[in-house]
Design a protein around this ligand. Sequence first.
Ligand code: SF4
Ligand code: SF4
Length: 221
Amino acid sequence: MPNSVAATLVARLVSGRLDALLDRHVALLARIDKRWREAVKQGEARLPCRPGDCACCCGVFEAPLLDALALARWLRWRGATTEEARRARLQSEAATAAGWPFPHFFGDAGGDRMETALAALDDAPCALLTAEGVCAAYADRPSICRFQGFRFADPKTGATLDDACPRRPAGPALAFDLETYDAVEASLFAALVESVPGLGARDIGQWDVPIATAVLWGLET
Ligand code: SF4
Ligand code: SF4
């Protein structure tokens, strides 16, 4: 079932049938950047990132499906470089060799298989990390990348979102409406389920994929 879902997703992506939905999702992603840019501008927080300082860009982590599709679309438009394609293929092959088959939906990984795949790729730089140590897809990067460097907290629900940045300065969390973000993402996912029915068989998070998968989807013709 996952393979047929992936095939349908890619076919929809290539045909442009997901464009309107992905445009709405890109607008949702932009809310994260807008929030931290405001905070930096107002002196509420400081962005710790510097070129080459990219600890959070190594290893395998979960990109929500809509994030991955938006990134894959951008790569289709822009074209992946040979090096990006090479790195994505290597990471995908390592995950497959560890028993986690392409397209590496997180719902298909479990227990030891997952641990083995993640450990093997722990130090692997993201396929989109350039030789200069910056993100080649910065404006189109997934939400998990946008949430790095800051700690976000929803003032309404008290929910917090911690990042993996070892350099994040101490300080209060940035107020961010995580509940609304999640609700909008869920509504967009529901719209995607209408276009790709097999998606409804699993919870949204089960369809998360590594960034390497988004790159490889972006290479599909
Ligand atoms: S969020 Fe932290 S680890 Fe990631 S690039 Fe910025 S400083 Fe480096
Ligand atoms: S997409 Fe960009 S920000 Fe995200 S892990 Fe890759 S290089 Fe880093």
